[in-house]
Structures are given as C-alpha cells and as structure tokens.
Design a protein around this ligand. Sequence first.
Ligand SMILES: [Ca+2]
Length: 200
Amino acid sequence: MSRERKSAVMSALSVAVITALPQAWLLAAAKNISIHIRVAPGISLAVPTTYYDFGDLNVSSMVVAVSSLTVVNDSSGRTQDYLINVSTYSAGADGLPNWTIGSNPGPDIFQLCWRFNMPGESRPEPDGGVVCDVSEGGWNLFDGDAGASQSGSTNGGFADDVISLAIRHLWFQIRTPSSTSFDTYQTISITVTASDASSF
Ligand SMILES: [Ca+2]
C-alpha cells in the first residue's frame, strides 16, 4: 500500500469512528418521573374535662369560674381557629327551655360570658365588678341566639391561629336570673368548634 493510500484508509477509518459515536448515544433516552404525595392531617381538638359546675348560687349572683376548661389542639400539625356557641339549655316536659340566655339577667334569664386565656395566666377577674367587661377584661358575652357561633378571636384573640399541641384555657362567668321558676340543676351546653386557621 502506498503511503498516500494508507493515509486515505486511516482517514476513512477515523471518520467512521467519529460518526459511529453519536449514533450509539442516540440509543439511550431519559425521562423524568414525578412522585406525588400528600399528608393532610385532620382538624382536631381535645377537651379533657367537658363540664364545669358552678354549684348552688343565689339569684342575681355574678360568679367567675374558679377553674378553666382546657382546650388542646391535638391535630398532627394543623394550625386552627376556634369558634364557640351556646347550643342548648335544660328544657321542661313541654320542650321549652327553663332558663334562656340574655344580654342582661331577668326572671328565668341568665347571662353568660366566656374568654380564652393563654397558659400560665391567672384566673380572670370580672374587672372591677363590671360583668363581661369587653373593653378591658377580655370577656365576651354570649348573645341570645343559641346556635350562632362566635369567633374565638374576639376580644383577646387567643383562639385565633392556635398551633398544633398548643393549649388554651376557656373561662366562664355567669350571672344568675333575678328570679327563677325552677329549683333543679340547669344544664347549659357549649360547643367549641375547631376550624382551619384561615377561618378568621
Ligand atoms: Ca386565623
């Protein structure tokens, strides 16, 4: 083989190698894969003790509970808002409530206030004897519309954006009727509802 021809063969071989590499590379192809997952724990709250007993009181009494009820955000990570409302009262055989709630006490009419406090806060006072003083005391008055929920963020805001495992203390203040037709124990049902933190 002449020198020129040998060189031409080598050149041809080199070209063959260079052009073969991209063709082999095109035999591979890549695709991305996505993994989707969601962890969405439910809204949840716990109230370890579900009653408070004011005991025997006189007519026209005004009393702050001596202890609070503990409300715990026991969800697995959710931040929550709380709503509260009066749902039912003790009723007679006729199905009508014995006492009803009002913005002021009266015959068979009582007044009830609530507030949420942070852990470590001492028992709230009625603030100079003013019942349900919303201007300073942090109290909120249940209105007469049983079943209508009130925002836990009002007047204090301690039940707004409650983080997981956080505790709030729920306090009640009652003012008994000016007179009563019933000498039996009366039960007032309260409902606390947890909702998503964006509720208010
Ligand atoms: Ca909120």
